[in-house]
Design a protein around this ligand. Structure first.
Ligand code: LLP
Length: 386
């Protein structure tokens, strides 16, 4: 829902552009922190969802740690105010340079995804005369019941270490003197809207945590990843996800031992709803049975509908006339460059402004220069720093 003065401002900005509602972001961050603090849980923001510097600055200043998946994300976290002691580094394919950077910075934990990676980190840490703090990324085999491209916790996925390899992993760890095991890490997928999935995750984590305990290993950190979904259908009604129910599930079902800390890595739930992609209608064209609204944003600015067939709400901000159905499509030479089929919009004309909603997560960060298009710029409802 945009105010008249915001829409007037939009008319003066070259399209397409990302627009971030920083007040909504601030409110979301504080709601999430408030609910997590009730149980003493720690939060690490997953930078891959949105690494825009203004957004990172606001998140770091609200006290979040960072979950990074590349050397450049670690650098962006540092530049934008995150404390190295609260940075986690995950990823199934870390390069030697990235591991070295993480070791130099003494980040909180490198989340290791295979035995071979353990050996490489041990060797690099040894060469630097350091002991590396690591966590084991574990495949819990819990079905996230979400799109298969963003499911990561199943046995057939490439992520993490399988339970039947635990014995060998522990044997190997005993021989690697430059590693210190700090924690266990789990992340089962993204855009999870069925909260029962997290209940199943808790049960698996309890079993696995118990196995390590009986084998005389006491991980300090249990990290259950991110994954909480947002309401793409009704972003105005559900602008802030239900963090209260989410954390309550963990409080009810997870069994922490001693003074184990529980960590979370939310991405989408924090930044998804604060972003919109504002685009202008270039042409309206009638096909045989379809009316196309051809806009100046393309799948290079927002790839989610093309890649995951995902739904984003689309609104016409400058017309209030009788509704019609449109396929809202971009200018790129691919039929998948379509933001929505048979979308009901008020009568739409060349020059109208459309808002594609809920693009704050995995919108700008997944943008590309395909067709040699310029990267769209970002604008903010209020500056976060002068
Ligand atoms: N932690 C790890 C280890 C992850 O791999 C991810 C996301 C997160 C945390 C944050 O998950 P979130 O809270 O945002 O669900 N591009 C896809 C989403 C890919 C998610 C990848 N991993 C999309 O547009 O839906």
């Amino acid at each position: 829902m945009f105010k008249e003065e915001t829409i007037s401002l939009f008319r003066t900005i070259p399209t397409p552009f990302y627009y971030y509602d920083m007040e909504l972001l601030a409110a979301t961050l504080s709601e999430c922190s408030k609910e997590a603090e009730k149980y003493g849980y720690l939060l690490h923001y997953a930078l891959k969802a949105n690494s825009n510097p203004e957004i990172l600055a606001m998140i770091s200043s609200t006290g979040y740690g960072a979950d990074c998946v590349s050397g450049n994300e670690i650098k962006a976290a540092l530049t934008n105010g995150f404390n190295p002691g609260r940075i986690m580094f995950s990823g199934v394919g870390k390069s030697d340079d990235e591991i070295t950077l993480a070791l130099q910075l003494r980040i909180q934990s490198i989340n290791v995804e295979s035995r071979q990676e353990m050996e490489v980190i041990n060797a690099l840490a040894g060469a630097m005369g350091l002991t590396a703090d690591i966590s084991l990324r574990i495949i819990p085999n819990v079905d996230a019941r979400t799109h298969r491209y963003i499911t990561t916790g199943l046995e057939e996925n490439k992520f993490g270490i399988l339970p039947w390899d635990f014995d060998e992993v522990l044997e190997k760890l005993k021989t690697l003197g430059n590693l210190r095991l700090k924690g266990l890490h789990f992340h089962i997928g993204s855009q999870i809207t069925d909260l029962d999935v997290f209940k199943s995750l808790c049960h698996r984590v309890n079993d696995i945590n118990g196995w390590f305990m009986t084998n005389q290993v006491f991980p300090e950190i249990i990290n259950v990843g991110g994954g909480l979904g947002i309401d793409y259908r009704d972003p105005d009604r559900n602008g802030i996800p239900d963090f209260s129910s989410y954390f309550r599930i963990f409080s009810d079902f997870i069994e922490l031992q001693g003074n184990q800390q529980l960590h979370f890595e939310p991405g989408r739930a924090l930044v998804g709803q604060c972003g919109s992609l504002i685009t202008k209608v270039l042409f309206v064209k009638k096909g045989i049975s379809t009316r196309f609204a051809i806009v100046d944003a393309g799948m290079n600015d927002l790839i989610r509908p093309a890649l995951y067939q995902s739904y984003h709400r689309i609104e016409n901000l400058t017309s209030g006339e009788k509704p019609e159905k449109y396929d809202v499509v971009g200018p790129i030479c691919e039929s998948s460059d379509c933001f929505g089929k048979a979308v009901t919009l008020p009568l739409t004309n060349r020059g109208d402004l459309l808002a594609i909603r809920s693009v704050g997560a995995y919108g700008q960060t997944m943008a590309s220069r395909y067709n040699l298009r310029d990267l769209a710029k970002a604008f903010y409802s209020s500056p976060t720093r002068s």
